[in-house]
Design a protein around this ligand. Structure first.
Ligand code: PRP
Length: 214
């Protein structure tokens, strides 16, 4: 494993976008585009090893050193607070963490607020800062149906285009924080493989600067 740079990417559209950036930065691994169901890919020449992980698991691989670096949404980093270095904002996967509710919703501040979310830690911190009593209802997906079925009053969830909210008659009440994908690194791997990681960072910075100039 040692002389390879091990990179954990989030499986899915965001991971594919990020891989394209890494390939452009000189860390390509052609086999990854083969469309197979393999999850680990190596390029002997560039000495990189990529693997696809479930997005919420990427920080676990990086924190424990199974991956030297990885890419995770800021939402996941805020929720799980892994002990990793956050090296760079990749300016992709842009969305926002929001409180949303059925259109026309009026909050009864005398009552405990029922909050459905996949992100209990983020929601707790947000309402703690407002000294608001809440009851967290932890769900694993399709959060938008919770207030419709009166399981909750509001939701705390990711909003990207806003289509899911709109099509379910919900609206944003408040934005908690903007979100984007971040490059993260294992704390000791960063010391041992800093040259390779520094080269990647520099190339990615150049790519992002060019993008912004467009
Ligand atoms: C995310 C999020 C919203 C939706 C927002 O869901 O939880 O449901 O995307 O996107 P939009 O604003 O562009 O409509 P995801 O696809 O991750 O599925 P899940 O949360 O239901 O598992």
């Amino acid at each position: 494993m040692s002389n390879y740079l091990n990179i954990a990417l989030p499986k899915g559209r965001l991971g594919e976008k990020v891989y394209a950036m890494f390939a452009q930065a000189g860390f390509d691994c052609a086999e990854i585009l083969s469309g197979s169901r393999k999850l680990i890919f190596e390029n002997e020449e560039t000495k990189v090893r990529y693997f696809w992980a479930k997005p919420t698991d990427v920080p676990i691989y990086v924190e424990r050193g199974a991956a030297d670096i990885g890419v995770a949404g800021k939402d996941i980093l805020l929720e799980y607070d892994p002990d990793v270095y956050e090296l760079m904002d990749l300016n992709v996967g842009i969305c926002r963490m929001c409180v949303a509710a059925p259109k026309g919703y009026h909050e009864d501040t005398q009552r405990t607020l029922r909050v459905a979310t996949k992100f209990p830690h983020i929601a707790e911190n947000f309402y703690k800062a407002k000294s608001r009593d809440i009851d967290i209802i932890k769900l694993n997906g399709s959060i938008e149906i919770a207030p419709i079925l009166n399981l909750s009053d509001v939701i705390v969830d990711i909003v990207e285009t806003g289509t899911t909210l709109k099509e379910n008659n919900l609206e944003v009440v408040e934005t908690i924080i903007p979100i984007s994908a971040r490059l993260i690194a294992n704390k000791s791997g960063f010391k041992f493989k800093d040259e390779k990681i520094a080269a990647l960072l520099q190339s990615l910075n150049e790519i992002l600067t060019k993008e912004q100039e467009k």
